[in-house]
Design a protein around this ligand. Sequence first.
Ligand code: 13P
Ligand code: SF4
Length: 313
Amino acid sequence: MFVSTAPADRVARIEALRQQRRAVILAHYYQEPEIQDLADVIGDSLELSRRAAATDAEVIVFCGVHFMAETAKILNPGRTVVLPDLAAGCSLADACPAEDFARFRALHPDHIVVSYINCSAAVKAQSDLICTSSNAVDLVRQLPADRPILFAPDQNLGRWVQRQSGRELTLWPGSCIVHETFSEEALLRLKHLHPDAEVIAHPECQPHLLDHADFIGSTSALLRHAASSSAATFLVLTEPGILHQMRRQVSGKTFHDVPGADGCSCNACPYMRLNTLEKLEHCLETLSPAIELDEDLRLRALAPIERMLAMSR
Ligand code: 13P
Ligand code: SF4
């Protein structure tokens, strides 16, 4: 039986507030285990966007990072969307300021603009199509073969999509600080210790690490693969929050995270980990901090997200 480690009185207060507020708690796999254990839905970016689009809850509590909560608000202008810590940003979104992106786009006026969902509403508003790590390859394959494509902001995901789809992409030079910390040396040491282990990786990792991977996919795809693979041991090249679900959902198998250089624990996303149970309780109590968006910007950012949802199989 699974037993949560969160303090029982705080969990009870969160439960009561969730009912009272008619709230749904959406959580990404990189959240602290105690937050994952309380969530109504745990998922990758695509699944959480779909659930945000379909919810009839009055309040959406988004336990993830700002671009995720912002996407939920773009899809639900009439609902209150709160994020436990408003400072929970994303290095990829930060790596692509809207004004710089507008100049980059202007240099490539004939390109279809595909942006990874890890970007601000202001960048989404300048995009033709949004993608996530779970649908990026499929969506790019659906684009007209005679049109050039600009892909932002993650160059590592972009290179992987390029390889998988065979399409040439003009890449914005952004990257995720977490997925860039994994040490190849540490991975090789782990492979030596566990020669039968499968290496499974998120496509935000750098190409030289992806070259070691037996399977590459979004967080949900990694979880599904861990369940269906015949391997008993996995070396996991993504944020270690996902190991909580792997250990819960896939019994009898062993999962190891891969540290950064010098064994540092910088493989934990410093933004995702800003959310705590205490802040979750506070935001249900006060309905703040809430995500607010200018209506014109929201409508411009909505169009490429709706296109993504319509094109995703
Ligand atoms: P997923 O959509 O695969 O969950 O990725 C989100 C993310 O931020 C990875 O760093
Ligand atoms: Fe952004 Fe990287 Fe954190 Fe994902 S892991 S939210 S891409 S900083």
